[in-house]
Every structure is written in C-alpha cells, then in structure tokens.
Design a protein around this ligand. Sequence first.
Ligand code: SAH
Length: 365
Amino acid sequence: MKSQETSLKQTEAGAKEARKATYHTDLKSLTLAQLQEAMIHMGEKPFRGKQMYGWMHQKLARNYEDMTNIPASLKAKCQERYTYTSLHMLQMQESQIDGTKKYLFELADGNLVESVWMKYKHGNSVCISSQVGCRMGCRFCASTLDGLERNLLPSEMLDQIYAITLETGERVSNVVVMGTGEPMDNYENLLQFITLLTDENGLHISQRSITVSTCGIVPRMRELARQKLQITLALSLHAATDEKRKELMPVANRYSLEELIEACAYYFEQTGRRITFEYSLVRGVNDSGKDAEELAALIGSLNCHVNLIPVNPIKERSFVQSGRREVEAFQRKLQQRGINATVRREMGRDIDGACGQLRRRYLQS
Ligand code: SAH
C-alpha cells in the first residue's frame, strides 16, 4: 500500500496532467487513421500505426513493454509525446448471489472509478463510468455527492472494458455507459470512445450492443440523434411531472419534460431506435397508481420500453425502496396501457451495487 503522502502528491501532479489531457495527446484515444497520421508525423511508416493499434485495442497491451514487435526507438518517441493510460485494479467484489463483479480501478492520477461486470444468458455486459464523480446532483445517487472531479478520456472508458476482459478471460458483448458520471456532459470523449469500441480493428462491439444513459441534457440528445448511430439511448426519467422530477433531479430545472419527450421522439425519428426509459421507484414519492397513469400518458405515444428499478437506498439520503407489490402494480398499470415495462433484476445487491457506493466507501475508509 502506498503511503498517504506519496499518494496525495501523485494525485496533485496527476490531476494537473489529467485536466490538461485531451485525447489528441493520449495514444490509446486516437482512431486508427489519427494514429497512422501521428506515425507519419514522427517519421514512421503508417503500418506501425496499424500494429500499435492492434496491440492497444485487440491484444489489450497494458504498457509499451508488452508490444514486442515495436522498435524501442518508436516506443521512446511515443512516450515522449503521448500519455499511455492504464488502470490499476484496487478491489474486486464478486456477488455470491448472481456472479456479478464490481471493480474499483485507480486511474494514473490517483482518481478512482467503478465498473460492473454482469453475466446474462445472452452474454456478458459491462457497465462503465464516464466521469470521475458527477455534477448533475440527482438526489438519490451516491456518485454525485462530492461533485465532478474530471471527465474520463476515451481510453479511460475503454480501459475499464479491457481490464475486465483480461481479468475474466471472457469476451464482453454488451456495454452500458451507466456507471458514475453523465456521458452527455463528456460528449466529445463519449463519441470518440464509441468510435474506438466499435472499430473492426479493436474489440468490434456492435453499436446495437451499446447503451448510453443520460439524465436528459436535451441539446446533446438531439446532437447525438443527428449522428444516426444505432446505439440505445436510455433516459433517466424517474418522474412524470415537472414538479416531481425537479424534486429528484436538478437537471429538470433546466429542461422540461415536454422538451425531453420531444427530444426522445426526435431520437427515434433520426435513428429508428426505441428509447429506454429508466424509472427508479421510491416509496411514497413516485410509485403510486396515479404516478403510473401520468407516466403512461406522458410516454404513451412513443416507441419505448420502461425499465423499473426499485431505488437502491444510499445512507446519505432517506429514500426508501418501493415494495414488491407496488412495483408489480406499477408495472401492470403500464402494461395495461400498452407500454412495454420490465422490472430490472437487481444484480449484485450484496456488493454495493448502487452507482458510486463502492468508490465512496473506499474513499471514506
Ligand atoms: N448520468 C446518467 C448515467 C449514470 S446513472 C444518467 O443519469 O442516466 C445510471 C442510472 O442509475 C440512472 O438511471 C440513475 O438515475 C440511476 N441511479 C442512480 N442512483 C440510483 C439509486 N440509488 N437507485 C436506483 N437507481 C439509481
């Protein structure tokens, strides 16, 4: 274990670096074309770009030493001009109930991020973080309690998937950007990350196997729609009236439900992809029959799917999970109105499953 002092010093220096870092100076965040261009700039042949890209994104090299057929002179040049990110696994917890694994990773600057690995019948899913902390302030969420520290680079989002692939020895088939952070608040890096993740020279995960979850930053949702990607957009709704949503999510003061629903319709129009609505059920707050009816009226005309999630209580707040009966009644009400609704299985309940809990506990211990 590092001493507190060195860890702090490293964090300060690293944090400075991290704030400066953009994906243009980060080797693993470059597309193949950008990497080939960088090679030419350094007086190298473009095929070196392809080789290095393969090392980083297919063989999942953790450092330059792993790249056995790359000349030392080129590695030195890269080292001088670019950062090379990699994660250090601090903790891994495995659920005894369902095999879900939760990872705590340390970034090069000492910051911490969490990721989750879930095994389903249809394949392995990884839930990644997009930022260190978050500034959206949702009332029930542990990730946002200390605000936003910084954005993650495209490579740092990839690294979570790569580290988990190496640790489990299994292929990841689905990626959900639903961990700590608001992906639309780190939009450029998110798009670059998706480009890299879906590249046939990398892990080649199909766009349809990627879900991005947002609290609803309307202009970015519209911008994303215009990209016409085949990814799934999940919107964290959690309430069916503006008043109620404002109580749970500060972002609702900025964008009305009317604008949000319009943006969802636009996303479907542009991409043909059905929207997923996430709705966390909080006892006595948003789980009544009336709430279900209001929700049905709000989204009834959209091509969508609703994911009901009993809220995961965090100790800093007094929200209580809805009971099984309320959850089932809520689901039935939606289904009766022709709305597709499923109750999300709670994975990893025994291992700090809720967003941001593991990192928080580690930092406080
Ligand atoms: N910022 C993005 C993605 C990260 S949060 C977003 O808001 O969608 C991922 C999902 O978990 C969101 O739907 C969020 O509202 C939900 N969530 C956060 N904390 C939760 C908790 N304690 N219980 C249930 N859902 C929670």
